[in-house]
Design a protein. Structure first.
Lengths: 312, 396
């Protein structure tokens, strides 16, 4: 395992050799991963990488063909009901029972999760306040926008105060304001709960997660803190030099590669993209171009760069 | 804890059903249909039991009209008035009427038929027909039948005169006990079918709750709940069974108020309630396998044809032969309870065993189907593949 978590060192979720096929398609191929108690792990990957399959198995919604997931030491094969009661799951699409009123929906799920009867009303009121839905508690779900449904979905996932929260694309398709409120919500829970966040938004994973796992074709390609992953792919910084005269393009590349700090050089659309492990030699590299420089920029590598580099 | 989860689903599903405006509309629509059926049923039975009886043959009154010129009036009396409207007119005007299309035919009888029969002379009849009128063949057939009757009557007169001591005609008097089979079918079977109707009418509710989970994609969060798929299926099914029971109870009360004689209403209710359990189980199998409402609708139609056959055929078998095996259908038991028959425990046992076995098998299959990842999330296997898995106990 690579990288480190922000929570304790105690392993809360342990995924071992997880394998799952749907017909001829192998969705997960010998997946291994550990998540520590209190840690927020992000899972990123292209469509069809197996993210949703992996978290559905952690929630005991799907059964693996091979392998195991242990939650707090309990195997999904041994006691799936107990594991389900420890997890709050927010699926990708906030599909809820349209005919329910917001408060009734939360009461229904609280009952199914086994929340003591005397605590249900108080718990529901607290959650409605937490997600800012108190005023709409008596409205039916079918009158809600996608953003409001997602808020109720978050409340539903937390109704039994679970130790583990699994969120599948929680901000997808939401307007920026609602997406930010959901992100704030997740950030506030950090440290108190063990969380898995599946997302397509690299900035979201970078901003929120303690560690990020990159999943592709059912396998973990890399896992670590966002900083670690970014440094691993591109080094510290990318130097972007746009040149005027394109005649001597090839001669520049050879000279740049001689610098010890340079890890990679690309030439795209009249612009040199030079990945530097450290910044000390930056001015000397720029001097190489002399008067042939049109513009100079630096760019910090993002998780998106990591993602594109890793899964290409 | 386990029981709590299953009853929670039942409680909420039942509560939501009763709150649903759509359901209440269907519920009262069904009740009004029941009222209508009671009225039709009552008048039908009254007619059948009356001395006049009831004719289900469509009336042909005034179907065709024919002019008849018959001095004695003997032939006119023999033509079936229910089919042909006999109009006595003169020769010339009748021929004109045919030409104008006012009548279909004209029968001319020469001389006095009464006298000719007594004298043993030949009777001459001439029929004029408008061949372009399709009804002309009916008129011709009716005249031919009348000629046959006269011929028979003529032969009888001759044979009576040859042997006058044998003039008495033998008569047969019939006396019957018990109700005729058609009356039994109408009075008993129809009433039982009426009471079993809610079982089939509300079956689609389980389709709505189970297939709806797939169509609305809410099944995922339900499976993520700390309960087994078995509890989900049982919980949802029991909510439908409760709804059916409510409807059956109301129908029974209405029938009793309407004056129908039901010898054991409580036992009748219990048996119908028990019968609803395997029927909902079979419906749950269809629902668990179906990908969408359209598929479920087709599956349900096929399944219910089988169920209706299984319920009704033994009832008819019992009425015609009093077959012991007919008790395999709970409908037979209910019909016998209706009539106040004394039913041996063994007969109850056969019916209850059927209910138990079918319930066990159907719920087991429904739960196993609902537990399968490929059925819930795809790619869904075909029925043959499932049968193979069932036989080999693979994934079942």
């Amino acid at each position: 395992m690579v990288g480190f978590g922000m929570g304790s060192n105690e392993v809360m979720i342990k995924i071992e050799s997880l394998t799952k096929s749907f017909g001829r398609i192998k969705a997960l191929d010998d997946l291994n991963l550990e998540i520590k108690r209190g840690e927020l792990l992000g899972i990123i990957g292209p469509n069809g990488a197996g993210k949703t399959t992996a978290i559905r198995m952690a929630c005991c919604i799907l059964k693996p063909d091979f392998g195991d997931i242990k939650i707090d030491g309990i195997s999904i094969h041994e006691d799936p009901i107990r594991i389900k009661s420890m997890i709050g799951y927010l699926p990708e699409e906030p599909n809820l029972y349209e005919r329910f009123k917001a408060k009734d929906l939360l009461k229904y799920f609280a009952e199914l999760y086994g929340v003591p009867k005397n605590d249900i009303n108080g718990r529901v009121e607290d959650l409605l306040e937490l997600v800012g839905m108190t005023e709409r508690k008596d409205d039916r779900i079918n009158t809600f926008s996608k953003g409001l449904r997602q808020r109720i979905s978050v409340a539903r996932a937390l109704v039994h105060d679970p130790d583990i929260i699994i969120l599948d694309e929680p901000t997808m398709g939401l307007d920026p304001a609602t997406a930010n409120s959901i992100r704030d919500f997740v950030r506030n829970l950090k440290g108190n709960k063990t969380m898995i966040l599946c997302t397509h938004y690299m900035a979201e994973a970078d901003f929120l997660c303690d560690r990020v796992a990159i999943l592709n074709k059912g396998k973990i390609i890399d896992v670590g803190t966002p900083a670690y992953l970014k440094s691993k792919i591109h080094g510290d910084v990318i130097l972007k030099v746009k040149i005027q005269n394109l005649e001597d393009v090839n001669s520049y590349k050879e000279k740049i590669m001689k610098f010890a700090s340079v890890s990679a050089v690309d030439f795209i659309d009249g612009e040199y993209l030079i990945s530097l492990k450290y910044r000390n030699e930056m001015s000397e590299i720029v001097d190489l171009f002399g008067n042939n420089v049109n513009s100079i920029n630096t760019k910090e590598p993002t998780l998106e760069d990591v993602f594109i580099n890793t899964v290409k | 804890m386990v029981i709590m989860k299953f009853t929670s689903i039942t409680k909420w599903e039942f509560k939501n059903t009763l709150k649903s405006k759509k359901f209440m509309m269907i519920f009262f629509l069904q009740l009004s249909v029941l009222f209508l059926m009671i009225i039709i049923f009552n008048s039908f039975v009254t007619n059948i039991e009356s001395d006049n009886g009831i004719s289900i043959t469509p009336s042909l009154n005034g179907f065709a009209s024919m002019d008849v010129l018959d001095q004695s009036g003997f032939i006119s009396k023999l033509i079936n008035p229910a089919v042909i409207n006999v109009i006595p007119l003169s020769y010339n005007s009748s021929l004109n009427n045919i030409a104008d299309g006012k009548i279909t035919g004209f029968l001319y009888v020469s001389g006095n038929v009464d006298k000719k029969i007594q004298l043993g002379q030949t009777i001459d009849m001439t029929i004029y027909l408008d061949s372009s009128d399709p009804k002309s063949s009916v008129v011709r057939d009716e005249v031919n039948s009348t000629a046959q009757i006269i011929s028979q009557s003529y032969s009888n007169t001759l044979s009576n005169s040859a042997a006058p001591q044998n003039t008495s005609t033998p008569t047969v008097n019939q006396e019957s006990t018990g109700e005729s089979l058609p009356l039994q079918i109408i009075k008993k079977v129809m009433l039982v079918i009426l009471l079993f109707l809610p079982l089939l009418l509300f079956g689609n509710m389980i389709i709505d709750t189970v297939v709806g989970e797939k169509e609305r994609k809410t099944g995922e969060i339900l499976i993520a709940m700390p309960m087994s798929q078995a509890q989900v299926i049982i919980g949802k099914s029991m909510a439908v069974v409760l709804t059916i029971s409510l409807q059956v109870a109301m129908w029974l009360i209405i029938l009793l108020i309407a004056g129908f004689h039901i010898a054991n209403p409580l036992l009748v209710f219990i048996f119908i309630f028990l019968t609803s359990i395997p029927i909902i189980g079979i419906t749950a199998v269809v629902a668990a396998y179906s990908k969408n409402f359209k598929e479920a609708g087709i599956g349900l139609s096929i399944a219910y044809m089988g169920i209706v056959g299984f319920l009704i055929v033994p009832v008819l078998l019992y009425l015609s032969r009093k077959s012991f095996l007919a008790n395999i259908s709970p409908m037979t038991i209910v019909m016998r309870l209706f009539s106040g028959e004394s039913i041996p425990l063994m007969d109850y046992g056969i019916s209850l065993a059927t209910i138990f076995v079918v319930s066990l098998i159907s719920y087991w299959i429904a739960i196993k189907l609902f537990e399968r990842d490929d059925i819930m999330f795809g790619p869904r296997p075909g029925i043959l593949r499932l049968l193979y898995d069932l036989i080999t106990f693979k994934k079942f």
